[in-house]
Design a protein around this ligand. Structure first.
Ligand SMILES: [Zn+2]
Length: 614
């Protein structure tokens, strides 16, 4: 039973839209502590309230887009707002731009829409220089603005530092009746506007700081249709543009119904005859309940934008870090990678592996979602994110603890097995000739490579036959005749038939090329074929028959010391094909030569294949 197939490469379709995005919808599985913040204003988002502006139709070129998008914006006190609280700029700024609306934003490359790291090496911190207008009351600064900033600093790698001459900075300014922010780092001075009598909650400021950090509203993710339905009939006239999907946004991880960046269910809703605001955002899943703080999903998304270490990163999102299951139980793994914008996601592959009981890395699947079952023990499962031509660019590991089902029905693959490698079935030896007894074992105990039970070789009867060898590697000589050799290991056994003859001598086989322990890389890989072909050369000579050739020479391979050999070729110069397996994989390559008497000899080498090239 061959172990652990080498998984073929399948190009992975990457569903996330990776157009370099100035606005990012953040949400991803993560963990976070829970600061004490007051409950959110549930009835209405403060940042959507306040006096309405005038509708204005503009063509706006979002960062990362090729074409301007016609949008309905809101002109409020000479400021152009979208989605209630996102400031595009003053009408004067936007209309004075050289080629009309939008060119200004085009000058801000998307990658520059985030605040850069200010530490040279990990762990990275990202400084946002800021100023607070002296027109705010001290109480408002102390009780609302600063706690919101502290929350961001406690939970993320962003640091809001008082500006000392930096060119790019956020100025928190007093505005009339509304709260808003420009989204992402704009370059130069940018505004975050607050009215302290209407933007009273810390959560509102946390939300606006989220825009300044580069977050977009959660329900504007390109995939929001899977999670919510917009009830257009309940949206106030002229306000439907506030629900536009942001097509070039980057959705990070699961949809966050309670994201601090999510609108409440009645945002921009009309009121019925009884004075109730009608639902505009209807959930198709969880309850929509916008948080007043960064949720775990928000924080995980923010960590993707402002990571502690270099991108790219890959996370195993399923299963959870502390997963326990029974042996044989299928467990589903999912991974998600975030890569540099320059990398084409079509070239991304995921490979999943763990070490089997013999310490051999086993690649058990490819793709962002795989399922597998294990035998008992702690299993460290590693996912590698690979890019053709670049190699492994990120890895993550999750431990699954697999419980032993003991003797009450463990899956067959978790039982104990023993397999005879040598002698080969039907081998013929000369009387008095020493030959090897070689077995491989597999058991359900990863803690040691050594056999847990005696390995015993007997003649003609597994229980009472004459002992002809012990251990995984032994040798013996037998008298002329037909013999059945048994090997036992615990309750498992295997057997092989051999013939010992009175005359003749066995051939001598050797492998001349490649040399033992030769290292190969997948440099020949053309990105299409999930295998590597290697040319071998070998020979065998026999005292009676001379040089052997053709089908007298049989080539077999397998993963190192693992399972049965597979026949891969014959003759003196075969090309043997090896399926692709990520990482460093050792293969046993065995040449078996059989002469006219039926006598056999073998030669064994190992080749090592590394993919990707390091
Ligand atoms: Zn907002």
């Amino acid at each position: 039973m061959p172990k652990a197939g080498a998984g073929p490469v399948h190009p992975v379709r990457w569903s996330a839209l990776l157009a370099a995005a100035a606005f990012v919808v953040a949400a991803f599985v993560g963990c976070a502590t829970s600061p004490e913040l007051p409950p959110p204003p549930q009835e209405e988002d403060e940042y959507l309230a306040g006096p309405a502006g005038e509708p204005i139709e503009i063509d706006y070129l979002f960062p990362g887009d090729d074409e301007p998008t016609p949008i309905t914006a809101e002109l409020y006190e000479a400021m152009v707002l979208i989605q209630g609280d996102i400031l595009l700029g003053s009408l004067e700024e936007l209309t004075n731009a050289a080629s009309g609306l939008g060119t200004q934003s085009h000058a801000v490359p998307a990658a520059g829409s985030y605040w850069p790291a200010t530490t040279a090496s990990a762990p990275y911190l990202y400084e946002v220089p800021y100023e607070v207008s002296s027109d705010f009351s001290d109480d408002y600064v102390d009780d609302v603005i600063e706690p919101a900033i502290a929350h961001w600093q406690d939970e993320t790698n962003l640091r809001f530092v008082p500006r000392s001459g930096e060119a790019d900075y956020v100025e928190i300014v007093v505005v009339n009746g509304r709260c808003w922010s420009e989204a992402g780092r704009q370059g130069g001075r940018q505004e975050l506007g607050l009215d302290e009598s209407s933007c009273t909650s810390i959560g509102t400021v946390v939300h606006e700081l989220g825009h300044a950090a580069g977050l977009k509203h959660e329900q504007q993710r390109p995939d929001r249709g899977d999670y919510v339905t917009i009830r257009e009939e309940n949206v106030k006239p002229g306000k439907i543009g506030n629900f536009d999907i942001f097509q070039s946004g980057l959705p990070l991880g699961p949809y966050g119904y309670d994201s601090v960046m999510h609108y409440s269910t009645t945002a921009f809703g009309i009121t019925d005859a009884d004075g109730n605001k009608l639902t505009t955002i209807e959930s198709l899943g969880g309850a929509i309940n916008p948080s007043s703080r960064l949720t775990d999903l928000d924080l995980a998304g923010v960590r993707r934008l402002y990571p502690e270490r270099d991108l790219p990163i890959v996370d195993i999102t399923l299963p959870a870090a502390t997963t326990t299951l029974d042996e044989g139980e299928l467990v589903r793994f999912e991974a998600q990678a975030v890569m540099a914008p320059t990398i084409d996601y079509q070239d991304l592959n995921y490979f999943w592996s763990y070490e089997n009981n013999l310490g051999v890395p086993v690649t058990f699947g490819s793709g962002d979602t795989v399922s597998h079952s294990f035998c008992d023990g702690p299993r460290d499962v590693t996912v590698e994110a690979l890019v053709l031509g670049m190699g492994v660019i990120a890895t993550d590991t999750v431990r699954v603890n697999v419980s032993d089902l003991g003797l009450t029905g463990p899956p067959a693959k978790c039982g104990i097995s023993v397999q005879i490698d040598e002698p080969l079935a039907g081998a013929v030896y000369a009387e008095g000739e020493a030959f090897d007894l070689v077995a491989v074992i597999d058991d359900d105990h990863p803690e040691t490579e050594d056999p847990l039970y005696p390995v015993t070789w007997r003649l003609n009867d597994p229980d009472s036959g004459t002992i002809v060898g012990t251990g995984l590697h032994s040798s013996t000589k037998l008298g002329a005749g037909q013999h059945t050799i048994f090997v036992t290991y615990g309750a498992a056994s295997d057997s092989v038939e051999v013939t010992v003859v009175e005359a003749g001598t066995p051939p001598v086989a050797s492998i001349s090329d490649p040399a033992d322990e030769t290292l190969f890389t997948w440099s020949e890989l053309d990105g299409v074929n999930p295998y590597l072909d290697i040319n071998f050369a070998g020979s065998a000579s026999d005292a009676q028959d001379g040089a052997l050739s053709g089908s007298a020479l049989v080539w077999q391979t397998r993963f190192e010391a693992s399972g049965a050999y597979d026949q891969k070729g014959t003759g003196t110069s075969p090309t043997l094909r090896f399926g692709m397996s990520s990482g460093t994989t050792r293969y046993d390559v065995r040449l078996s030569a059989t002469d006219a008497d039926g006598m056999t000899s073998t030669a064994l080498i190992q080749v090592v294949i590394v993919w990707p090239p390091s």
